[in-house]
Design a binder for this molecule. Structure first.
Ligand SMILES: [Zn+2]
Length: 436
């Protein structure tokens, strides 16, 4: 890109001749001029404006700008290489992962209930404020599951696991003191392998969270659990409903209650897709997102045989088919769909790649590319309640955006053509593949 610095000490930046996708769902606007000052957008106009001598001018003819993506369901500090464990939760590993998200154009991520004490309050607050490198880290703190139930392993040893509703109040008080962005609960029998959280417990969690002004997001799988949770006042469904096609009764209730829906389609696709040898498995855009050793693992015969011979193979594929049907129905009902992926909770759910793959799967489910982008920007910002500053590109909003070499308006794969990533009105990355 041609950079013209009119004066050495620029405090404003003018991006000229931009094709703009602003994240509101509006069609791309051609030949726009975007004026940045400090960390935010001052104006977006079609006409040429007077440039002060201190304005740095960047000609972006032929380039498209869209808001930085926001992932409303992710996990940080869980993975390292092919391992998933508590000892991976280090400041350095979390920062490395936040930087990876950022290279992929993901400007903010919500870690859904697996954070550990270490990041509170300083690290999380600094990251949210944009004072640390990488994507901004939002957090659900420590989530709520069942005693001895999944998700298990050392990386979930800080979850609350109330045995009775009486325990919930004190646990919620301690969580609320960390100022989480949402409260995460797990309601699932994990394929029939474990007992679900009892209704009186999740009802207490939702009630106590709401007393603190906190919203509750649920891991769930089954339609009937979604119905019960929505009846109990649930705010966010954090995975697809994957067993049955949703009915009008629940659609209406979700709409009326303003429930936000996060489909995490990639999470389910990754349970089987590597055994299908998808075209993208050898693309650098995918491989660059993987932890060391993961490519070797997923491309090995042993791994692929394990996937194909798994007793869950058929049901995993079926779950994605149902999830896609439900996404389209839920979207068409006017319910807010926010992009989230569950990336970072398993080595096969690569951080950064997953978010672009999720947009593509949303389009496969029947959304237009602009609708999928809106889910990954404006709506995800609503999910994190940060839409006053992020998610759309408008005057007054923070200047967190991606510069693309191709327009994704009619071809969602173009969201991957990242030339640079900007945060607080400054270029912070040349994307995941800077040499290409
Ligand atoms: Zn998750």
């Amino acid at each position: 890109m041609a950079v013209q610095t009119v004066s050495g000490q620029a405090n404003t930046i003018l991006l000229k001749h931009v094709t703009l996708i602003d994240g509101t769902g509006s069609p791309a606007k051609k030949n726009m001029n975007i004026l940045l000052e400090g960390d935010h957008i001052v104006s977006i106009t079609k006409r040429n404006q007077a440039e002060s001598v201190r304005t740095r001018v960047i000609d972006l003819t032929g380039k498209t700008i869209m808001p930085a993506l926001i992932c409303a369901h992710a996990h940080l500090g869980v993975l390292k290489g092919t391992s998933v464990e508590a000892s991976n939760y280090t400041r350095k590993n979390i920062l490395d992962q936040l930087k990876k998200y950022e290279r992929y154009g993901v400007g903010s991520v919500l870690c859904m209930g697996t954070d550990r004490q270490m990041i509170f309050p300083g690290f999380r607050d600094s990251s949210k404020a944009g004072l640390l490198p990488g994507a901004r880290l939002y957090s659900a703190g420590h989530g709520f599951s069942t005693p001895g139930g999944p998700p298990g392993g050392s990386w979930t040893d800080q979850l609350f696991r109330p045995a009775n509703p009486g325990q919930v109040r004190a646990e919620m008080d301690s969580l609320a003191a960390l100022h989480p962005d949402v409260v995460k609960i797990w309601l699932d029998d994990f394929g029939g392998h474990s007992a679900k959280m009892k209704p009186e417990i999740y009802q207490a969690i939702i009630r106590e969270a709401h007393k603190h002004g906190l919203r509750v997001a649920a891991h769930l799988y089954y339609l009937e659990d979604a119905r019960k949770l929505v009846d109990a006042g649930l705010d966010i469904i954090a995975h697809s409903i994957r067993d049955q096609v949703i009915d009008t009764g629940l659609l209406n209730k979700m709409k009326k209650n303003g429930v936000i829906y996060i489909p995490t389609l990639t999470r389910d696709e990754f349970t089987y897709v590597y055994a299908d040898h998808p075209d993208w498995i050898n693309e650098s855009f995918f491989k660059s997102s993987l932890e060391p050793g993961v490519y070797e693992m997923i491309s090995s015969k042993a791994y692929q045989d394990k996937v194909r011979n798994s007793p869950d193979y058929k049901s995993n594929r079926h779950a994605v088919e149902i999830a896609m049907k439900n996404l389209k129905k839920i979207f068409d009902a006017g319910i807010v769909v926010a992009m989230g992926t569950d990336s970072g909770a398993d080595p096969v759910r690569a951080q950064g790649f997953s978010e672009h793959q999720e947009l593509e799967l949303m389009v496969e489910a029947g959304l237009t590319p602009l609708e999928a982008i809106e889910a990954g920007t404006r709506n995800a910002a609503l999910g994190l309640k940060i839409n006053n500053q992020y998610g759309t590109l408008e005057p007054g909003k923070k200047a967190d955006f991606i510069v693309l070499s191709e327009n994704p308006e009619h071809e969602i794969k173009n969201s991957r053509k990242i030339e640079s990533v900007w945060k607080n009105a400054a270029e912070v990355s040349k994307g995941p593949l800077p040499d290409q």
